[in-house]
Design a protein around this ligand. Structure first.
Ligand SMILES: [Zn+2]
Length: 294
């Protein structure tokens, strides 16, 4: 954890996860079973006091995270939501162009769950090592591979392949760990007071962006998947004369009107070649060139 002192020597810390903040906050909104299930998420900066911040977005001291917390009346409801989230996360990673390289990975569950689950994307620049069963498409992380006796917990396969990977998301059944500490209770249908069951679900957005680029690129630059590209269209104007200016700017305005995100390269001091090299580097899904010939 990132710890620091203020001018009067008081201790502070910058959070890398927010269960301790969200649980007491949510207490204000949950009294009865009628308030459940309840979900809260944020997209916000987190901090880790990394000894070695490196690999650009893959390992930073400050990073952007999407964290969702879910609150349930019982374990069954938590379980079913947890399974839905697994699927939702794979849908997200599919849209990011990572689905064929991303594997559900069993990780330590703490004292209260058997496992937590990581979403690990295979890449040689990854810092994590996972043990992948290619039959089940299920992996086990380094932390618990001994506990699993070096075999696939699903099919018993002993020839697991060791792969380098980046963790882009993780989900965790917190159950009543934080509800106990913060007295997060609710009154059930039977009028009895019970502890709320919690789950948490994180995607490291900065790191995800790094992973997207690690997986989707060639030797000329990035190849952005359509769903997460910063712009859909790269509009390149090659020559500069009144006719071309008018045609290119007209297209630019049409895209804007239709709500299509467009990056318009009308630089006058760059050659066509330079513009194409930059376009390859940026790697937007669609390229439109306006010149005398096109
Ligand atoms: Zn297996």
């Amino acid at each position: 954890m990132f710890k620091l002192k203020n001018r009067s020597d008081k201790d502070f810390s910058l959070g890398w996860t927010h269960e301790e903040i969200i649980t007491p906050l949510v207490k204000e909104f949950i009294n009865s079973y009628k308030n459940l299930p309840f979900y809260a998420y944020q997209i916000q900066d987190k901090f880790r006091d990394e000894l070695r911040a490196k690999s650009g977005l893959l390992r930073g001291v400050e990073f952007l995270m999407k964290d969702l917390y879910s609150f349930h009346a019982d374990e069954k409801d938590l379980d079913s939501y947890y399974e839905k989230m697994k699927k939702a996360y794979f849908n997200i990673f599919d849209k990011c162009g990572l689905s064929t390289k991303t594997f559900l990975t069993l990780a330590a569950g703490g004292t209260f769950s058997k496992y937590s689950h990581e979403f690990q994307t295979l890449t040689t620049s990854g810092e994590d090592e996972i043990y992948l069963c290619k039959k089940c498409k299920l992996a086990v992380n380094k932390e618990i591979i001994k506990q699993e006796k070096n075999k696939c917990p699903k099919c018993g396969n002993k020839s697991l392949s060791v792969e380098k990977a980046i963790e882009i998301g993780n989900i965790f059944q917190l159950k009543d760990k934080f509800s106990k500490v913060f007295n997060l209770n609710f009154v059930g249908k039977d009028k009895k007071e019970k502890l709320v069951f919690m789950g948490c679900y994180g995607i490291g957005l900065s790191r995800l962006m790094g992973a997207i680029v690690e997986i989707n690129h060639d030797d000329k630059g990035i190849i952005w998947p359509k769903e997460v590209a910063p712009f859909l269209v790269h509009l390149i104007q090659v020559e500069n004369n009144q006719k071309i200016n008018k045609a290119a700017f007209g297209l630019y305005e049409d895209f804007q009107k239709q709500g299509i995100e467009v990056l318009y390269d009308d630089r006058q001091d760059k050659s066509a070649g330079e513009k194409f090299v930059d376009a390859d580097l940026i790697g937007l899904p669609l390229r439109i060139v306006v010149s005398e010939r096109t």
